[in-house]
Design a protein around this ligand. Structure first.
Ligand code: CDP
Length: 231
């Protein structure tokens, strides 16, 4: 059966409502909130600061550490506090999605820590976390070649769609999730994962739709950064 209507009435290429705010955690060196629909991610950046134990230091560059987690109350079934295989994997791919835009070469022997916490989850949390983290890094004044904008695309039933919510991810006739991240300036991809099955042509179409959605997300991120430094 054809998938003709999204549960919340969105067009197939439409994201949920997006909101972004920079500078939300005053004690952090940089911070941001990114909301897409009911998914909300907060990010806080600390650093660059000297890295201990010293044997972990790199004499040629600073390093980036990333910690992704979901609050216990972020989902309807209480999530046990603490890291899981899933959160470790998301921390790793988030770091890899952000590293290409960072220039830490002037910060030898230091570390930049970035903490991402999801306070409300309705699918697409890794992408929301990446969007928040990119803004928090910019807020911290870390030299960056570009920003990173991220969204999940995928296939629900027989349709390629942008920004699946949890209801769509759980579609009983099958759903595929393809989280993406782009550097908006160059259009380079910094994250591409696939959970499910899609043909080569479907992936191409999904990438195009994701890139377009990320252009919209980039505008919101940019506005939030501008608003922080307006006065
Ligand atoms: O969140 P994201 O789509 O990046 O990653 P996922 O592992 O595909 O998780 C999809 C969704 O499942 C999350 O956004 C949550 O809404 C939900 N989830 C949950 O309810 N309980 C968990 N322990 C993990 C995820």
């Amino acid at each position: 059966m054809s998938y003709t209507k999204r549960p919340d009435g969105r067009k197939f290429d439409e994201t949920r409502e997006i909101e972004a705010k920079v500078g939300i955690i005053k004690r952090a060196d940089g911070s941001a909130m990114f909301r897409i629909g009911k998914t909300i991610a907060l990010a806080a950046v600390y650093g660059p600061k000297e890295l201990y134990p010293a044997f972990m230091q790199k004499s040629t560059t600073g390093i980036l550490r990333c910690y992704y987690d979901m609050m216990s109350f972020s989902v309807t079934e209480r999530k046990r506090p603490g890291p899981t295989r899933r959160s470790n994997e998301i921390s790793m791919v988030t770091r890899d999605a952000l590293l290409p835009v960072l220039d830490l070469s002037k910060f030898q022997n230091t570390v930049v820590d970035i903490f991402i916490n999801v306070i409300q989850a309705d699918a697409g949390t890794r992408c929301a976390g990446i969007c928040a983290a990119a803004m928090a890094l910019a807020d911290a004044g870390i030299p960056m070649k570009d920003l990173v904008s991220s969204v999940s695309v995928g296939k629900v039933g027989d349709k390629i769609v942008v920004d699946l919510d949890k209801t769509e991810e759980d579609y009983e006739e099958g759903a595929t999730d393809l989280p993406l991240a782009f550097m908006p300036g160059t259009g380079k991809v910094t994250l591409l994962q696939l959970d499910g099955n899609m043909s080569k042509d479907e992936i191409k179409k999904a990438l195009e739709m994701g890139k377009k959605a990320c252009e919209g997300i980039y505008k919101v991120q940019k506005e939030a950064l501008k608003a922080r430094y307006k006065k």
